[in-house]
Ligand binder design. Structure first.
Ligand SMILES: [Ca+2]
Ligand SMILES: [Ca+2]
Length: 309
């Protein structure tokens, strides 16, 4: 009798074990199916984004972008077969791309000058520019106020410079002399977009006033605020920007040529985010898009976390 009871107990625990295992693999398959489906929806939304961006330039003979553009509205809560989809596009050319400081292996002087002005305007240590350059340049010769490996190797724990462009904005927190408070002050104004032999440009229509004033010491805070137009600036071309009444008589041709390589009236880099909601699961995905002059966007990279903080 006792033996029979023990056998029954073993058999039923085995049965429960098998049933549990089956349930687990069913749940796993279900999850896998869902994430596969979510990926497809997210790719669909990227196609939608690239259509919208192409259409945006097709309908605009000046092919310019501002904070008033329709593509900024995104889509919210679109119901499809088995999911609810939301998608959003955010322009990234409203920040200074620190990777522009080294173009094609060489220091880019207009960008170095701009970054120094920006640091000054933000009341941050201007020597940081040299440290950013040393972090990226291939040599071990420090800039005047820079820091190469010997500075970082002396720290505890020790580490080294990367000798290449920044991959993520948080990498800057490793820079010598940049404390957490200063880094959080700088963070909203910079990006780490990939560059090869061509610098990325800042869209003057989407730059905050402090970044406009950093373009040149002759642009005062008052002028920058008028240029900014409370975020509604929408200059069609750079010529149009230079003709703005607030700076027209201040910037001569030499100054205009000096800052021309830094700026444009286009937003060519964007972050696309997609949220797919399916029976209690949420899938949030991000992609970095680069647009060509015809407005066509291609995906440079994908990520499960946002490109910008
Ligand atoms: Ca270096
Ligand atoms: Ca160096």
């Amino acid at each position: 009798m006792l033996m029979a009871l023990v056998m029954l107990a073993i058999a039923s625990s085995l049965a429960i074990g098998i049933w549990y295992k089956n349930q687990l693999s069913l749940a796993r398959i279900n999850n896998l199916q869902k994430s596969y489906q979510a990926k497809h929806y997210s790719q669909g939304m990227l196609l939608w984004a690239s259509d919208i961006l192409r259409e945006d330039y097709a309908q605009d003979e000046n092919q310019h972008d501002s904070s008033l553009d329709a593509w900024l509205q995104g889509i919210q809560g679109m119901v499809v077969e088995d999911a609810v989809l939301s998608g959003k596009l955010v322009g990234l050319n409203n920040r200074f791309n620190v990777n522009n400081l080294i173009i094609d292996g060489t220091k880019s002087e207009p960008h170095v000058a701009y970054f120094r002005n920006l640091l000054l305007a933000l009341e941050l240590d201007v020597n940081l520019a040299d440290k950013v350059i040393d972090w990226m340049d291939a040599d071990q010769t420090p800039e005047l106020n820079g820091a190469e490996d010997f500075v970082y190797l002396a720290k505890s724990p020790s580490y080294q410079t990367s000798g290449q462009h920044f991959k993520h904005i948080n990498e800057l927190s490793l820079l010598d002399g940049l404390n957490a408070e200063d880094f959080s002050r700088l963070k909203p104004y910079i990006s780490t977009l990939p560059v090869t032999n061509v610098a990325t440009k800042m869209n003057v229509n989407t730059l905050p006033a402090v970044m406009l004033s950093a373009l040149h010491p002759l642009i005062t805070n008052e002028m920058a605020l008028r240029l900014y137009q409370e975020g509604r600036a929408s200059h069609l071309t750079l010529a149009d920007f230079y003709q703005d009444s607030s700076i027209r008589f201040v910037l001569n041709d030499d100054i205009r040529n000096l800052i021309r390589p830094l700026i444009s009236t286009q937003t060519l880099h964007l972050q696309a985010s997609s949220l797919v909601q399916m029976e209690g699961s949420r899938f949030l995905m991000y992609a970095l898009l680069q647009r060509n002059n015809a407005g066509d966007a291609r995906v440079i990279s994908r990520s499960m976390s946002p490109y910008l903080p």
